[in-house]
Design a protein around this ligand. Structure first.
Ligand SMILES: *[C@@H]1O[C@H](CO)[C@@H](O)[C@H](O)[C@H]1NC(C)=O
Ligand SMILES: *[C@@H]1O[C@H](CO)[C@@H](O)[C@H](O)[C@H]1NC(C)=O
Ligand SMILES: *[C@@H]1O[C@H](CO)[C@@H](O)[C@H](O)[C@H]1NC(C)=O
Ligand SMILES: *[C@@H]1O[C@H](CO)[C@@H](O)[C@H](O)[C@H]1NC(C)=O
Ligand SMILES: *[C@@H]1O[C@H](CO)[C@@H](O)[C@H](O)[C@H]1NC(C)=O
Ligand SMILES: *[C@@H]1O[C@H](CO)[C@@H](O)[C@H](O)[C@H]1NC(C)=O
Ligand SMILES: *[C@@H]1O[C@H](CO)[C@@H](O)[C@H](O)[C@H]1NC(C)=O
Length: 528
């Protein structure tokens, strides 16, 4: 089942379709086209833009009802009831095992207009004065936006005390929506109010009303309401002629949107109708709850990113547009995180709702829109990637030629030898930049003439070209072990006896060294 969106702005909340409207396939259009329709007006064929949301529908078709206590429905064992108005009329039987005499919860949601009326009925108040408490919980497992008054029809007389509660988190937490009592002060220590007492500023106030708890005997007074439309009217004016004003408020005020949003409703029945007189303790079969109808009109909440909602496998979900996803279109599709997610707009002008494409190859869940550059970049690229689309390898990593761009192993660490290489970077095939004397892809090997010692150091001595002089011996190619009286890398200097005297003969022996340049900073300075 699917409900579709063909509505004009004026009709949005009522779900009425405008007659002369046509639909075209969405594919050929630009960004927001799925939420506009062609209409015939005085000027001919024109586009009509609209908020992108599913049509309002009867939400009682999609709910799950739970009663608490679970055995509170009448008929097991069978019971006889008296009419509330007339204690001598005690011929109403409830028997769960006989279809015609059973009153299961489903009868609150069946088609109305049958004769006789079908209704759910509770056990009677046999445990008086212990209160007769019943919770009726309606769960959608989906966020719903209410569009019409919630209306309950009681066949038992309206309860003397009840609370309507709502949940926005699938039944985890509950908040009161409205209190109902014949005497608000007595029942809930609240001043009685009516929806007419509310203003734009107090719209979100939770009130206790005495409007729906009396007059049980009159057929016209069987209903208990939660007034949605009167609350809308505080912004949209009487008869809701200025919906644009309401939409403007809903667009900017999350609290207001949330007020009309639910995932679950709970009707807490706290005290049944007892009539004008005291409770007749001898005849408690007069007191019970019976509900023939519950009306809940609303639409799937899709954050203005879907114009239809489907019911599949006992579950409502939005058919998300604008590259959004989730049961409420509450987040961006993978790879469509070009802008932070935001709700769509009620206003008919496309306004900051869509999410543009940004490929991050699965290395980032987040993108950022840089307004100044009108461009989108992936944020916090993972797996050692970097770049606008996480398409490059971080410095110190190189591209794995056998991995696709969206592979977690796409970047391989350069692993340059810290002693042998100039820095930790490498080229596209993993080759590092080597210091003098080192070689190999990671600069971990020495060229001929060099020895590894935390990097490659050139040889100091050997037994061929770089011989130690004056009888010194070469130790592991890195130093000469000099006899007493000689010093220098190759034992080419005479050890000086006195600091002031200088070292005669040292200059000539130093110059005779074939490959080592003489140290320009040492001996010449002393000559001054
Ligand atoms: C009804 O629900 C309320 C919470 O919303 C809970 O405190 C109360 O115990 C429930 N009553 C029954 C009879 O289950
Ligand atoms: C419903 O069940 C509870 C506990 O299981 C029990 O105490 C109560 O008497 C039952 N009520 C009826 C009307 O059968
Ligand atoms: C509610 O819907 C979710 C999927 O969105 C599903 O996993 C879960 O089982 C549903 N819960 C109930 C109680 O149906
Ligand atoms: C209710 O009261 C009337 C009159 O007092 C009596 O005839 C009838 O039997 C009572 N019903 C029950 C169920 O006690
Ligand atoms: C969704 O993404 C596609 C690219 O796959 C793009 O053409 C389209 O315009 C996007 N839609 C919106 C509303 O941004
Ligand atoms: C390169 O990618 C392939 C494919 O994912 C993977 O099997 C391989 O281990 C990667 N190489 C390195 C050095 O990480
Ligand atoms: C990386 O450097 C090596 C060695 O210099 C060279 O053989 C190779 O072609 C270079 N690769 C790239 C992609 O430049």
């Amino acid at each position: 089942m699917r409900f579709h969106f063909a509505l004009t702005l004026q009709a949005l909340w009522t779900g009425v379709c405008q007659a002369a409207m046509q639909h075209y396939p969405a594919a050929a259009w630009g960004h927001y086209d799925v939420c506009k329709s062609q209409v015939y007006s005085d000027e001919g064929l024109t586009w009509d833009y609209m908020a992108c949301q599913p049509e309002a529908a009867d939400m009682t078709q999609y709910l799950k009802v739970t009663l608490d206590p679970p055995n509170i429905t009448c008929g097991d064992p069978p019971e006889t009831y008296c009419a509330l108005e007339n204690p001598y009329m005690c011929n109403n039987e409830c028997d769960a095992t006989t279809e015609e005499l059973a009153h299961p919860p489903g009868l609150m949601f069946d088609t109305e207009g049958r004769n006789p009326t079908t209704f759910w009925q509770s056990t009677s108040w046999k445990k008086y004065p212990k209160p007769l408490l019943v919770n009726i919980t309606l769960s959608w497992n989906k966020t719903i936006e209410l569009t019409e008054d919630i209306v309950l029809t009681f066949e038992s007389g309206r309860p003397e005390q009840m609370v309507l509660e709502k949940s926005l988190d699938y039944g985890k937490t509950w908040q009161p929506y409205q209190f109902y009592a014949t005497d608000c002060l007595d029942a809930f220590t609240m001043e009685p109010k009516t929806v007419q007492d509310l203003t734009q500023h107090t719209l979100l106030d939770i009130i206790c009303t005495e409007d729906y708890s009396r007059g049980y005997v009159w057929k016209n007074d069987k209903t208990v309401r939660f007034e949605i439309k009167d609350r809308f009217a505080l912004f949209a004016g009487p008869r809701l002629h200025n919906m644009a004003s309401l939409y403007g408020q809903l667009d900017t005020t999350k609290k207001l949107r949330d007020f009309f949003t639910i995932t679950d409703l709970r009707i807490r029945l706290l005290r049944p109708a007892t009539g004008a007189t005291m409770v007749d303790e001898n005849n408690l079969s007069r007191y019970f709850y019976a509900i023939s109808d519950i009306k809940v009109q609303g639409r799937c909440k899709c954050n203005l990113h879907a114009n239809s909602c489907v019911y599949d496998k006992e579950k409502l979900s939005c058919e998300c547009e604008h590259n959004t996803t989730g049961p409420d279109c509450g987040r961006c599709k993978r790879n469509y995180q070009g802008r932070a997610w935001s709700a769509g707009s009620y206003l008919p002008i496309p306004k900051g709702t869509a999410n543009i494409y940004c490929e991050c190859f699965g290395h980032s869940n987040r993108c950022s829109y840089i307004e100044l550059l009108n461009t989108v970049i992936c944020v916090s690229c993972k797996h050692n990637t970097r770049g606008q689309h996480c398409q490059l390898c971080k410095l110190g990593y190189y591209r794995n030629a056998s991995a696709e761009l969206d592979d977690e192993n796409v970047c391989i660490e350069c692993n340059c030898n810290p002693y042998g290489s100039v820095n930790d970077r490498c080229n596209g095939t993993g080759f590092c930049i080597c210091k003098e004397g080192t070689t190999g892809p990671k600069c971990q090997e020495c060229l001929p003439g060099y020895l590894w010692d935390n990097g490659c150091k050139s040889r100091v001595c050997d037994n061929e070209l770089l011989r130690c002089q004056n009888g010194g011996t070469c130790v592991s190619n890195v130093r000469c072990s000099c006899p007493t009286g000689y010093t220098g890398l190759l034992c080419e200097k005479r050890r000086c006896e006195s600091e002031l005297g200088g070292c005669r003969g040292s200059a000539s022996s130093s110059r005779s060294s074939p490959s080592l340049p003489s140290d320009p900073s040492s001996t010449p300075r002393r000559r001054h």
